[in-house]
Design a binder for this molecule. Structure first.
Ligand SMILES: Nc1ncnc2c1ncn2[C@@H]1O[C@H](COP(=O)(O)OP(=O)(O)OP(=O)(O)O)[C@@H](O)[C@H]1O
Ligand SMILES: [Mg+2]
Length: 364
């Protein structure tokens, strides 16, 4: 996967720019607030149709503009492709692939990227929803069916929760239809997550051994807060039974307590739970290994490496981890890096420098 050029129109602080990207490492540099992350964000919008940092489409439109445009020209397995996205003030979008209108669902999996930003360093310590989102988006980029089912599942779940509220204090709540469908989708999602996690586990351990010099063994476990301990629920019959069993509690709490929307991931280094007992450095290495395994996972599913977007994370990593990361991507993965300090990249071969300043860009 390789991005050749990117055009932005009234996107964030860019009125109109056209950037040619070299196939190896692109370093976007400039002062704080210059617009470096805005460029990575636009590429990410080209990947999944929405931003990694806001749910509100209109935030991305230049102040006072009514529409905004992103065009990404890229090559997938040497075939040139073009994604063209228009964003409108009221929140709607027009997405085109090679000039044909497509839905956001159809866009996912077309341009593959992996983004790594400072907030990701909180992945292990942070909330379960961040870890679920991580896993869901990783699988979605390689399986359109998974993303489709996930959207359906979330829609049904919302409807079920609405019914729980509507029937508050009343008898005979008509949930059976919902529970049959929810159990079916829950089973599909959890099976796919477990299957993907098996692959990711092989890859993450490999990456972690590279980063730590083969010292630590890193694994990711799948966790559920329902069912019996040590026993992962994945069959639709079991989900259905549990939804029924937990109904009194769900009716009391007005929310659904069973299903993949409640599941979590847990990271272990030599059987030590990293969230609870890992040092800051161990947690960072684990996240870095996770991101590298994501690159390998997408490669194994899609057949080539995605483009890597690194938002200011290198400054957060120590010398050794930074060197390991740069060695890993060198000549293998097209990478767009943002930084305020180009010092670290001066001696790297194959680097293209782009200076971002007040909504303009300048090469060199
Ligand atoms: N919708 C918008 N319209 C116009 N300008 C915007 C919009 N949204 C953000 N900006 C501007 O973009 C700039 C922030 O851009 P960005 O987050 O890319 O900065 P950055 O170069 O990554 O900075 P840092 O080094 O601090 O991370 C701010 O100056 C902000 O005012
Ligand atoms: Mg930034």
């Amino acid at each position: 996967m390789r991005i050749n050029s990117l055009q932005l129109f009234q996107f964030r602080n860019y009125q109109s720019i056209d950037i040619e990207l070299n196939p190896e490492i692109v370093v976007l540099y400039g002062t704080n607030g210059a617009g470096k992350t805005n460029i990575l964000e636009s590429i990410y919008v080209g990947t999944i149709g929405k931003s990694h940092r806001t749910n509100d489409t209109s935030d991305m439109l230049m102040f006072n503009a009514n529409e905004s445009g992103i065009v990404v020209n890229f090559e997938k397995k040497d075939t040139p492709q073009k994604v063209n996205i228009k964003l409108f003030r009221q929140g709607s979008k027009d997405i085109r692939l090679n000039d044909m209108k497509i839905s956001q669902k159809e866009l996912i999996g077309t341009l593959n990227t992996v983004i790594f930003c400072p907030e990701d360093l909180q992945l292990i310590k942070g909330s379960p929803s961040g870890r679920r989102r991580f896993l869901d988006m990783e699988i979605s980029q390689t399986s359109a069916t998974y993303y489709h089912q996930l959207l359906q599942y979330n829609r049904l779940l919302q409807q079920r929760n609405t019914l729980l509220k509507e029937y508050r204090g009343k008898q005979n709540i008509p949930l059976d239809e919902w529970d049959i469908q929810l159990a079916d989708m829950a089973s599909f999602l959890v099976k796919k997550r477990l299957e993907s996690l098996k692959k990711i586990n092989l890859l993450i351990d490999l990456m972690n051994r590279k980063l730590t010099g083969g010292l630590e063994n890193l694994t990711i476990g799948y966790e559920q807060t329902y069912g019996e301990e040590g026993n992962i629920i994945y069959k639709k019959e079991d989900f259905y039974d549990l939804l029924k069993q937990n109904l009194p509690q769900d009716r009391h709490r007005l929310t659904t307590s069973v299903g993949p929307h409640r599941d979590d991931l847990r990271f272990f280094s030599d059987a030590i739970d990293l969230k609870k007992f890992g040092s800051q450095g161990q947690q960072r290495t684990a996240v870095l290994s996770l991101k590298l395994s994501e690159l390998e996972f997408i490669k194994s599913e899609v057949g080539e490496y995605p483009v890597l977007l690194l938002d200011d994370v290198l400054s957060e990593l120590d010398e050794l981890r930074r060197t390991n990361l740069l060695q890993f991507i060198h000549k293998r993965i097209q990478t767009v890096i943002t930084t305020t300090d180009i010092h670290d990249f001066k001696n790297l071969p194959g680097v293209q420098f782009i200076h971002c300043q007040e909504g303009r860009i300048q090469y060199g």
